[in-house]
Design a protein around this ligand. Sequence first.
Ligand code: MN
Length: 244
Amino acid sequence: MHCHLDLYPDPFGVARQCENKGIYVLSVTTTPQAWSGTKKLENNNSKIRTALGFHPQLAHERIRELELFDAILPKAKYVGEIGLDGGKEYKETFKAQLDVFRYVLKSIRNAGGRIMSIHSRLNAGGVLSQLEKHPDAGIPILHWFTGNKLELKNAIDIGCWFSIGPAMVKTKSGQAVISEIPRNRILTETDGPFARHRGQPLMPWDAGLVVPQLAKLWDIPILEVENILQENFRMLISQGVNAE
Ligand code: MN
């Protein structure tokens, strides 16, 4: 549910491999400008879907692209990645981040809502308070969530889903978060090529690496984990506004 296909050295090669393997990929983008080029990776009949994004770390440089975001939105069935980043290095641009996040949530609501992949690094509280103010924006999926227990509870209460990847399940803090999430709200992701595993960028098909870890954490057989994850995915898509 969260992979940057367009940022691999050979995006078309990776997309072709996804197609051969028959896997579903939510191909997120970081700017409205990137959407149309990235959409070409769908190659008509594959299981790749392209999400329209506005990354918080780029918000301040791209405010001009809000108009383009609105122009593309009717054609985009998924949104991501969007959100807020509370990192020190982005403190100076926080106002722009917040303006962009609020703006796009309003647009998404006006467009009838979307499934959204959301970045909340070091500012889960800020993200959740905006989602609470825009309850009709659709279905939020918090990607690689690292908030505290209270924020996690709040996120669950307001109906968020969570996409988790190999880089998250291998850390103690990630496992602590995962063990508190209801099993029927968990989806998989990689955040490749940014997220890495054993020194290599994660590939979209590496999302399955979380399965044995979840089996351990939940103390159930691998097959059961696979069933839960597939059922969750089906449930999400069937609830999605503009479901395909
Ligand atoms: Mn990402």
